[in-house]
Design a protein around this ligand. Structure first.
Ligand code: NCD
Length: 475
């Protein structure tokens, strides 16, 4: 087993064993960062950063230089041919013929996956919009592991913008894989998106306990805990008696508090207004006086704005500058492994996904509803096919293979009428029994009646009834 030639676009691309392999090579490299024997001499890394970055770009470039390799870069999307309307796929193919490895940050969710599909060389996602940031997660886990020796069974609180924070999204899945328990402490209105919760429960087999910190019996506590995710591998009594046991758990202490800034650049207009009105909760000395935080590692991917007080910088619990520094050996290890210039043994995977879903990629006109998704942004150019995992049949729920947003489509039909009567081509409501009756290989999915009719289908009886009813209601 080797990581050579592989890409890292989301944390799902690596097993726990493969992440451990990165950590163990990082351990070796960290000992003498300055004294490498140039294992990447003659190799070129393309560093493409189409969103602002300080740490991620410079630590990747430092990592490649320390390994003895070379770096070519583009940091302004307006100065590349993407601005002339070139597709991401064409850009990827071309860069794939210049470089040996690509690191890309792009504002569209799922963009790194498209680059990986076309570049023909290893691709590392350095942040794709609000979707994921898997290498930040590697260095976050590496820091936790260094300080606590393990990740399994730890209690990690995630603080702030859990809606748009891509570091948070990657971290959530990785922590779940390693068997940690996660406490969600979102700023109001910036809770973890539903599609992420849904994936945690179905794929990671975990349990979510809703919790209202306003009703907390400990009136001194002023951190906004609103949900707890529990992995099944570390059985808890929390699931049975949430209120009581959460109290007990918090008394036992939180292992790490992972703080994030409000990702204002991704806010909708309404969220911008809300954020101007309400204060984003701040982590400072006063908050850390809570007993739950006595031995807590205070983490942050940086940059910080106002959510993390400067007074904590000298506190021994603060880890954020250490995290940033550890980004270099972790990224050196990752680059060396993907380029195949170093090998380490890969421990067994400790996480087995609970399910694997069929993918729907028929061209029935259905599109991802997330306007920030690469599959929506690139459709004009017509090379990129939408694709969706069918994650539920009741109600029919799809998850985009690029940005992972979930949604429930409206209608279904069969390419092959189940009784062989193609003449009666009907479409049905997706929440009817037809969704399970139609054979998966024949299933057609539509977002609207117009789409179904454009494909030559007519409404079935139930659809006509609801259409008439809603027509009446409108009248
Ligand atoms: C993060 C990012 O870009 O997502 N920063 C980083 O990579 N260290 C977090 C952020 O911008 O808030």
């Amino acid at each position: 087993m080797t990581l050579a030639g592989r890409s890292l676009t989301t944390v799902d691309d690596f097993t726990t064993g493969e992440m451990e392999a990165v950590f163990s090579l990082a351990d070796q490299l960290a000992v003498a960062l300055h004294q490498q024997d140039d294992p990447c001499r003659g190799k070129i890394m393309a560093s493409l950063f189409f969103e602002p970055s300080t740490r991620t770009r410079l630590s990747f470039e430092t990592a490649m230089h320390r390994l003895g390799g070379d770096v070519i870069s583009a940091v302004d999307i307006g100065a590349t041919s993407l601005a002339k309307g070139e597709s991401i796929a064409d850009m990827a193919r071309v860069i794939g013929s210049y470089a040996d490895i690509v690191v890309i940050r792009h504002p569209w969710e799922g963009a790194a996956r498209v680059v990986a599909d076309y570049a023909g060389i290893p691709v590392i996602n350095a942040g794709d919009g609000g979707h994921q940031h898997p290498t930040q997660t590697l260095l976050d886990l590496y820091t936790i592991r260094m300080e606590r020796k393990t990740i399994k069974g730890l209690k990690i609180a995630l603080w702030g913008d859990l809606k748009y924070g891509r570091t948070i999204h990657s971290l959530i899945f990785a922590l779940a894989k390693f068997g940690a328990n996660i406490l969600f402490c979102p700023s109001p209105g910036l809770e973890v998106p539903e599609h992420i919760i849904e994936k945690l429960i179905t794929e990671y087999g975990g349990e979510l306990e809703r919790y209202d910190s306003a009703k907390d019996k400990n009136k001194d506590r002023h951190f906004p805990l609103n949900a707890i995710y529990i992995t099944p591998d570390s059985p808890h009594q929390l699931a049975m008696m949430p209120d009581v046991n959460i109290e007990v758990e918090l008394k036992a202490g939180v292992d790490a508090l992972y703080v994030t800034r409000p990702q204002k650049e991704r806010f909708t207009a309404a969220e911008r207004e809300d954020s101007a009105r309400q204060k984003y909760a701040v982590v400072d000395k006063a908050l850390l006086k809570d007993n739950a935080f006595k031995k807590t590692l205070v983490m942050h991917p940086l940059p910080r704005v106002d959510e993390l007080a400067y007074e904590l910088d000298t506190d021994p619990r603060s880890m954020y500058f250490k995290q940033a520094a550890l980004g270099v050996p972790v990224r050196m290890a990752l680059i060396a492994l993907l380029l195949g210039v170093r090998e380490v043994s890969i421990p067994e995977d400790t996480f087995v996904p609970k399910v694997s879903y069929p993918v729907y990629n028929r061209d029935s006109g259905i599109r991802c509803p997330n306007t920030r998704c690469v599959s929506v942004q690139e459709t004009e150019i017509k090379y990129l096919r939408s694709g969706f995992k069918i994650v539920d049949h009741n109600p029919l729920t799809l998850r985009c293979i690029y940005c992972e947003h979930g949604f429930e489509p409206e209608y279904v039909a069969s390419t092959d009428w189940h009784e062989g009567k193609l003449a009666s081509r009907r479409y049905h409501r997706a929440d009817s029994h037809w969704t399970t009756k139609i054979k998966p290989e024949n299933l057609l999915i539509f977002a609207s009646a117009d789409q179904a009719e454009a494909h030559g289908f007519r409404p079935d009886h139930a659809v006509v009834q609801t259409q008439t009813k809603s027509g009446k209601a409108e009248a």
